[in-house]
Structure formats: structure tokens, C-alpha cells
Design a protein around this ligand. Structure first.
Ligand SMILES: Nc1ncnc2c1ncn2[C@@H]1O[C@H](COP(=O)(O)OP(=O)(O)OP(=O)(O)O)[C@@H](O)[C@H]1O
Ligand SMILES: O=C(O)c1ccc[n+]([C@@H]2O[C@H](COP(=O)([O-])O)[C@@H](O)[C@H]2O)c1
Length: 195
């Protein structure tokens, strides 16, 4: 069984995330997809948006695959969430599964800063989607280093959709950058409104 893991802070999920996940699904053709919103991401400050709302907003990904789960496992654990722990949990829950890890450009180029990254490379295949025009050379160089360390890296080739959650939070990106379900929840709970 091929299992595709997509983790993020998702504060909020935006159309760039949708593009990344769709491109990874197209590249991998997984049997199962697990979307994993982080409780506290390892290299960022904790999110001001309640975890329960980020979890609900992640339902926007559900239409992308018939066997997609939005998991509350990292949120429920508390503390900082490291992907190696999540992958170990998935290995126990789905014995024998081939695990693919979906990441954007910034995550590939900083991958060697992740906790136990060498173990993660052994346990997963990275699936990368570019998020900035012109970052191809950086991504190729990062992939080459990871492959030299024994990793497997697949490139998804969807066109870049430049969007960032931080731009939504800062009011630099409007609601049209968000999937309809996320827009609806934002309106309902008055999220990301600038006074
Ligand atoms: N526009 C995009 N295109 C492709 N991948 C993206 C895009 N935006 C985010 N990603 C990827 O999605 C994953 C989760 O990202 P995250 O939830 O941190 O969103 P973000 O937009 O990077 O947030 P922030 O702006 O707050 O840092 C990461 O692997 C990231 O590289
Ligand atoms: O495990 C790590 O050391 C690690 C370091 C940086 C990022 N990650 C994971 O990568 C995903 C995207 O992270 P972020 O901070 O961009 O939301 C999310 O699932 C994080 O838990 C994981």
C-alpha cells in the first residue's frame, strides 16, 4: 500500500497547498492520503488560530482523494511535533506501507535540519512541489544531496502557485487564495480579519 503523508501548520490551508497535494497525488497515485495538521510545528512559533479550527479547515483536502484522512494525531499529542514520530506511528498503524512525504520547496532545502532526517530518508520517499518560480536549481541541488545520502526524491511538476499562509494572516493575500470551505470557516469565525 502506498501512503502519502502531507503535514503542515495550515494556518490557513490555501490554494498552494491544494496544488501541492494534487500534484503529489498525481505523481504517486497513493492508496491512502493522511493530512496531518501540526499541533506546534518544530521550527515555527505556535499558531494563534485554534488547532480545532485548523483541523476543520483541512477538510478542504478531502475531495482530492477517495481515501483521505485528516488526522488529529499530532494535535492530540501536544508539544512540538516531529515528523519522524508521525512516520513511526504510521509504520505501526499500517505495517508494510510504502510511505511518501509531500513537501514544498522550503521543506526540501531545509530537510537536513529536521530531527533524525537520515532515518526519515530511509523510511520515506520525498515528493516535492515547487512553490516559487525559479527555485528549480536550488531544488535539484537539495535533491542531489539527499539522494547522495541514500534518499529518494520525486518531483511533482504542477505549475507554481505562489501563496503563503503568512501572507493571508498579514492581510497581503485575500480570501480568493483560499478553497471555498476555508473561506466559509474564516467568515464564520472571523479569522484573519485585519482591523
Ligand atoms: N504555494 C505553495 N506551493 C507548494 N507548496 C507549498 C505552498 N505553500 C506551502 N507549501 C508547502 O506546504 C507544506 C505546509 O506548509 P505550511 O502549512 O507551513 O504553509 P505556509 O504557506 O508555508 O505557511 P507560512 O507562510 O505560515 O510559513 C510545506 O511543505 C510547504 O512547503
Ligand atoms: O520533524 C522535523 O524536524 C520537522 C522540521 C520542519 C518541518 N517539519 C514538518 O514539515 C511540515 C511543514 O512544516 P511547516 O513548519 O512549514 O508548517 C509539518 O508537518 C512539520 O511538522 C518537520
Amino acid at each position: 500500500m502506498k501512503l502519502l503523508l502531507f503535514g503542515g501548520t495550515f494556518d490557513p490551508p490555501h490554494n498552494g497547498h491544494m496544488r501541492l497535494l494534487q500534484s503529489a497525488i498525481d505523481a504517486v497515485q497513493p492508496d491512502k492520503v493522511v493530512v496531518m495538521p501540526a499541533g506546534i510545528p518544530p521550527h515555527k512559533a505556535a499558531s494563534a488560530t485554534p488547532a480545532s479550527l485548523r483541523l476543520t479547515m483541512c477538510q478542504c483536502f478531502a475531495p482530492l482523494h477517495p481515501n483521505l484522512t485528516v488526522s488529529d494525531w499530532e494535535i492530540g499529542r501536544g508539544g512540538k511535533n516531529y515528523t519522524i514520530d508521525t512516520v513511526r506511528m504510521l509504520e505501526e498503524r499500517y505495517p508494510g506501507a510504502e510511505i511518501f512525504l509531500s513537501v514544498g520547496s522550503d521543506m526540501l532545502t531545509t530537510f537536513t535540519q529536521w530531527r533524525e532526517w537520515q532515518s526519515l530518508l530511509q523510511k520515506t520517499t520525498l515528493v516535492v512541489q515547487s512553490r516559487y518560480s525559479g527555485d528549480g536549481a536550488d531544488l535539484a541541488a537539495a535533491a542531489q544531496k539527499l539522494e547522495a545520502a541514500g534518499g529518494r526524491v520525486i518531483f511533482a511538476h504542477a505549475p507554481v502557485l505562489q501563496a503563503a499562509s503568512s501572507d493571508v494572516r498579514a492581510g497581503k493575500l485575500g480570501m480568493d487564495a483560499l478553497p471555498p470551505l476555508v473561506q466559509h470557516i474564516c467568515k464564520q469565525y472571523h479569522l484573519y480579519e485585519k482591523s
